[in-house]
Ligand binder design. Structure first.
Ligand SMILES: Nc1nc2c(ncn2[C@@H]2O[C@H](COP(=O)(O)OP(=O)(O)OP(=O)(O)O)[C@@H](O)[C@H]2O)c(=O)[nH]1
Ligand SMILES: [Mg+2]
Length: 396
């Protein structure tokens, strides 16, 4: 009989566990507790995230919007980019796989103080969670005015200096500077123009190479600054541009696993015919489907990646080896849930230490622990697939 490696039990990811315990303590029945947990799961998965990208004409706003959605510039859903295209009005772009995440391409402010003030009013600032102010040269007075107005609305904002790849290339050709020197010079120049704001951090990025320069730091900073419930939406929605972001995605999803397991396993409203394990199949399927999309392993994402890296999609797909290589579908997940020989003792023991005094749960304990194991293992398998795809795509 196969014995599960302990790695998939992951008893340490106790995020939301206190909340789960509280829900059980305050619910009169197990059904009521499960309903509350499912409601909480819906809330967390449907949290909205609105990112506004703004800056002067030609700064690289639309290119950045496409890059963080993982969409090639020639995709039908792409924001138009180019040296002559101009974004005149705010345009909302849906995320390709997450309908609750919106990226807004906002035109920059004009040239007078008055325009900076009216900009705040006209652009419905309350809609946005975060502002990214982009420049491709040096930040100017208008950018400072805009940041001040955003700050007054108690919103998060970040300065981004784009097209760094161009600068590095040009300076290396002309002055034979090292990459480090070029970046230090640009940073110094940006800071000089932003002194009035108390030297905020500036992120130097290239939308063509997200894995290089400061984009990873921008995401880490954003992740830290956003409220916890928005973090999953941010991290889930980003394209997989490096192993670090993949790791970050796993970490963020792992926090959801106990909550999902309790939502699915404690009371089986939608049990699986022919399976001894009682759990809500739809919840398990939905979680694994979300992981698949976030890891860029669904057909649409693979297709977009194939265009981006100029490789046939079948070559990317052939790198996948897990049970999910042909997709996360009902048959595969049903088969997975039926897998015999799952050792969940450590998970059950962990649950029990937390759930002392909430004895009613015990009946569903085995199902919860098994679902917990399956979600962890499923995610680990897809992580391996994602790494293999990135290797073939020559991204890592
Ligand atoms: N090398 C390089 N070029 C970039 C980068 N970002 C944008 N560009 C180029 O800069 C030009 C302008 O980019 P857009 O994204 O259209 O700029 P925008 O701010 O949306 O422009 P408007 O809508 O006209 O205000 C395009 O030719 C892009 O390909 C980058 O990070 N690196
Ligand atoms: Mg544009």
């Amino acid at each position: 009989m196969a014995c599960a490696p302990d790695a998939y039990v992951d008893v340490n990811s106790d995020y939301y566990f206190r909340e789960i315990v509280d829900i059980y303590r305050s619910s009169s029945t197990m059904e009521a507790a499960t309903a509350t947990i499912r409601h909480r799961l819906d809330q967390l998965h449907n949290v909205t995230l609105n990112i506004a990208v703004t800056g002067m004409a030609g700064a690289g706003k639309s290119t950045f919007v496409n890059a963080i959605r993982g969409i090639p510039h020639n995709d039908p859903q792409a924001a138009p980019t180019g040296v002559t295209e101009t974004t005149m009005t705010p345009v909302k772009y849906d995320h390709p796989t997450m309908p609750n995440v919106k990226i807004w391409d906002l035109p920059g402010i004009g040239t007078t103080k008055h325009q900076a003030k009216t900009y705040v009013k006209h652009k419905k600032f309350e809609t946005y969670d975060v502002f990214i102010i982009i420049t491709s040269e040096r930040f100017r007075e208008n950018d400072v005015l805009l940041a001040t107005a955003i700050l007054k609305q108690k919103k998060l904002y970040y300065f981004v200096r784009s097209k760094i790849d161009n600068d590095v290339y040009a300076e290396q050709q002309i002055n034979r500077y090292s990459e480090g020197q070029v970046l230090a010079n640009i940073r110094w120049d940006c800071q000089k123009h932003l002194r009035d704001l108390g030297n905020p951090k500036v992120f130097l990025i290239s939308s063509f190479y997200l894995e290089k320069y400061d984009f990873p730091q921008l995401i880490e900073t954003l992740r830290e600054d956003l409220p916890e419930n928005k973090r999953l939406a941010l991290i889930q929605s980003l394209p997989v541009y490096s192993t670090d972001i993949l790791r970050m995605k796993c970490k963020q999803f792992r926090k959801m696993i106990w909550l999902t397991a309790f939502g699915a396993g404690a009371v089986a409203i939608n049990p699986i015919p022919g399976l001894a394990l009682a759990c809500d199949f739809a919840i398990v399927l939905s979680f694994l489907g979300k992981v698949q999309k976030a890891f860029g392993l669904d057909d649409e994402s693979l297709q977009r990646l194939a265009v981006r890296v100029n490789k046939p999609v079948c070559e990317l797909k052939s790198a996948m080896n897990s049970r999910f290589k042909d997709g996360v579908n009902s048959d595969v997940v049903r088969q997975f849930l039926a897998t015999p020989g799952i050792t969940v003792a450590a998970s059950v023991q962990f649950m029990m230490t937390f759930l002392v005094g909430v004895g009613t749960l015990v009946a569903g304990g085995m199902s919860v622990a098994t679902v917990h194991y399956i979600l962890n293992k499923g995610m680990a398998e897809m992580e391996e697939d994602a790494k293999a795809v990135l290797t073939v795509a020559q991204i890592i």
